[in-house]
Design a binder for this molecule. Structure first.
Ligand code: ADP
Ligand code: MG
Length: 305
């Protein structure tokens, strides 16, 4: 298990991480989401020991992460640090050897990854000659070549075309299935929702939520109700105290219930308004959860009366 415990860090006078704690178990794919400047890169750099946070600890299988342990990690940094002039095949092999593989193993693994990621025929080209999308594929191969126990990828999907996104998603799923602990940061919440069982949501250096996407959606799901009536719009709902109409369409409406509203009363009101076709709880999507979590942190402090 990769455990990040109570990471705090500041740059200058600015606190950029504030007590960030979450973990990634072998075989788990965790999505790390948050707006720009939230602290994702700083967290990932801390996990890899590229940056030493002011406070907090990083452990792998219960042990503090030192140089030897770190060699078993794979990292795709945001700044994509490969040597632009080096040939792809040589570069990957070099990285494999640097992380403890024999020459033969490293060569075999580099070839396999170039093949898997569709850049095999470019093996003798310098990295700088590749398109950005292909450079990104090589970056991924560089993180994976030594079969890492834990994989930390900073915005691996950014700038990829849809087919490259699918390829990368497939690779992450395979790596997770093989037993690697995988965490990646992303802005693409739909993608995170599709791929990840677990998410960590960060904003302004603080972790707002961590857990299974399903559980988080359930937790916040009880206050949202979809109602469909025959031949009745949503006007009846507008009149209910503590009930907001979030969305309407030709079939019905989505209602948001304040904490003190009893859904049974809403059901009752609906039955009076028209013939009931559908009444059910709706779970928010990850995107909606994310927006709500952000709205809570960035809600302005009300001015004193
Ligand atoms: N080396 C640095 N020096 C000063 N400030 C930094 C440095 N790196 C990051 N920051 C600041 O720390 C905050 C968090 O940045 P970062 O971890 O890169 O966020 P994210 O990856 O979520 O966009 C930002 O406000 C950023 O400007
Ligand atoms: Mg970043």
């Amino acid at each position: 298990m990769l455990e990040l415990s109570h990471l705090s860090h500041h740059f200058g006078s600015r606190q950029v991480l504030d007590d960030v704690t979450f973990s990634v178990a072998p075989g788990e794919l965790v999505g790390f989401v948050g707006p720009n400047g939230a602290g994702k890169t700083t967290t990932m750099r801390s996990a890899l020991g590229v940056l030493r946070p002011d406070r907090g600890e990083v452990r792998w299988q219960g042990e503090p992460v030192d140089h030897t342990v770190r060699r078993r990690f794979g990292y795709m940094p945001e700044e994509r640090g490969l040597y632009p002039k080096m040939r792809i095949g040589e570069h990957l092999q070099f990285l494999g050897e640097l992380r403890g593989m024999s020459g033969g193993q490293a060569k075999e693994a580099s070839t396999r990854w170039m093949e898997r990621l569709g850049v095999r025929e470019r093996a003798d080209d310098a990295i700088e000659k590749l398109s950005l999308g292909n450079q990104q594929r090589v970056q991924l191969a560089a993180a994976l070549v030594h079969q890492p126990a834990a994989l930390v990828l900073d915005e691996p999907f950014s700038g990829l075309d849809p087919s490259a996104v699918d390829d990368l998603a497939g690779v992450l799923e395979e790596e997770t299935a093989r037993g690697a602990a995988v965490v990646f940061s992303s802005h693409q919440l739909d993608l995170v929702e599709r791929l990840c069982e677990k998410v960590a949501i960060i904003a302004e250096g603080r972790l707002l939520a961590f857990g299974e996407v399903d559980a988080l959606r359930d937790e916040h799901g009880g206050r949202r109700v979809r109602v469909e009536l025959e031949n009745a719009g949503c006007d009846w709902a507008q009149e209910l105290e503590g009930v907001g109409v979030v969305a309407t369409d030709e079939r019905g409406c989505l209602l948001e219930l304040a904490g003190d509203v009893d859904p049974q009363q809403v059901l009752h009101a609906a039955q009076i308004a028209g013939r009931l076709r559908h009444f059910g709880y709706e779970r928010p999507t990850l995107t909606e959860l994310f927006r709500e979590a952000l709205a809570e942190t960035t809600r302005p402090v009300p001015a004193p009366p």
